[in-house]
Design a protein around this ligand. Structure first.
Ligand SMILES: O=C(O)CCC(=O)C(=O)O
Length: 435
């Protein structure tokens, strides 16, 4: 049976002078997709959404609830270690040691899931014992993070992507290609933490707390530059006193259970788990931060070119640069244009389903054979304005990309792809009504 799709209703922006100066909380059921899109994603400003995970399987089953607590809550949640073991099994999981620094990150290793859970359970039990003599400060503090549980177990529906975060071109592309993904589970005892960083490619991220409390320090774009040392390096860790000393503007967020934080593109942040915490996180981009991603990619390419400038005369210089770019940035020009091509074709297909035969034949035959509506994460479907807006933004991007010296000067496959996509979009749509 076809899934019951929820509409992502996007409307043209209404002229508003939305000036942000704090990070607000909104009820996730009350804030419309349209308002989130224009006021937060499109202005690249953080927001907290409350009550987002009420019906998620992981909230029901990964936790155990006890009635009556000292801090005024009616229920206290603890981790249901037995359920996790039985439902997920004893597979290898990625673990960071938050007490060990390794090349500007935490030392990482693989361990068996049951071993991690046993470590965590014993830590919880030790901490429950009053006046425990066990020294915890100097030992390993293990954080299960960046775990691709959903990709490993695609049939296990332990959460749903909130509608606000459903327009996600990165995972849409990767999942349609059945390759990697940027959907993660994080589980860690109190005092686990993530060092100072901005997210991969300059993507957005969302993080929903299934249990526990995270403290975030978030810096608006560019404020991190005040923290660079004489070698242009950013610090591994920050705290409020450092930020105050350097005159850095920042926000502190305490994210509690059942809340989602939207982290904008390029905002540096550091995160501490204030208590035992489990969260689900995605990295993503879409029409709102597409140009930022492209500019980051082009800047990373320029860095690669500068590094091997003295080899410019060698054969296939550009290909070598692209290989290095993929190794350092995680994406190169070819990967990016392939992603944009997939996103474009999936949207053009919706526009041409009953229409233009010429464009239909120019599209990938797989896309054309499907008569289903475009659905994000099998749940959310964009309205027509949304589809046209996405295409319009891609067309704007193609203009920018065609001016990039690497693409313009080489006039190779990449150049032809940009022209092709731009022409396909133009001939399919009358875009004059879009702002
Ligand atoms: O929760 C954490 O430890 C880190 C999360 C994070 O950095 C992110 O979602 O961007």
């Amino acid at each position: 049976m076809a899934p019951d799709l929820k509409l992502l209703e996007l409307n043209p922006p209404i002229e508003s002078h939305c000036q942000h100066n704090s990070i607000e909380r909104f009820d996730g059921k009350q804030l419309s997709y349209n308002d989130f899109f224009w006021h937060f994603m499109n202005t690249n400003w953080p927001v907290i959404l409350t009550d987002v995970s009420n019906n998620w399987e992981c909230r029901k089953n990964w936790l155990q609830y006890y009635q009556g607590t000292s801090n005024g809550n009616r229920y206290t949640a603890t981790i249901n270690f037995n359920y996790l073991k039985q439902r997920i099994g004893n597979r290898s999981v990625p673990v960071a040691n938050c007490n060990r620094e390794y090349y500007n990150s935490h030392a990482k290793s693989e361990m068996k899931f049951y071993d991690f859970l046993n470590y965590w359970q014993q830590k919880c039990e030790r901490e429950k014992v009053e006046n425990s003599n066990v020294e915890t400060n100097t030992t390993d503090i293990l954080y299960l993070k960046d775990w691709h549980l959903k990709a490993e177990s695609p049939d296990y529906d332990f959460y749903e992507v909130p509608k606000h975060f459903a327009s996600d071109w990165l995972n849409e592309y990767l999942l349609s290609n059945k390759t990697d993904d940027y959907r993660f589970v994080y589980m860690g005892p109190k005092d686990t933490w993530t060092p100072f960083h901005a997210d991969v490619f300059g993507s957005f991220s969302w993080s929903t707390n299934i249990m526990g409390c995270k403290k975030w320090l978030l810096l608006p774009n560019g404020e991190e530059l005040k923290l660079k040392d004489h070698l242009n390096n950013l610090p591994f860790r920050i705290d409020e006193s450092l930020l105050e000393k350097k005159g850095v503007q920042y926000f502190t967020v305490l994210q509690t259970e059942n809340e989602a934080l939207f982290v904008p593109s390029g905002w540096y942040h550091q995160v501490w788990n204030q208590s035992d915490t489990i969260s689900i996180n995605h990295n993503w981009f879409n029409s709102c931060n597409l140009e930022r991603i492209w500019h980051n990619l082009a800047a990373a390419m320029q860095q690669v070119i500068n590094e091997i400038e003295d080899c410019r005369q060698m054969d296939n210089f550009n290909e070598h640069c692209q290989t290095m770019l993929r190794a350092t940035f995680g994406l190169n020009y070819l990967d990016f244009i392939q992603l944009i091509e997939t996103i474009t074709e999936r949207r053009l297909h919706c526009c041409t389903e009953n229409g233009n035969e010429d464009n239909r034949s120019a599209l990938n035959s797989d896309q054309c054979s499907s008569s289903s509506r475009l659905a994000f994460f099998n749940t959310h479907t964009p309205n027509d304005y949304h589809i046209r807006h996405d295409l319009h933004c891609i067309q704007q991007l193609m203009k920018i990309m065609l001016e990039d010296p690497v693409i313009f000067e080489n006039r190779t496959f990449l150049y032809r792809q940009c022209v092709r996509l731009s022409e396909l979009i133009s001939s399919t749509l009358s875009l004059s009504t879009l702002n």
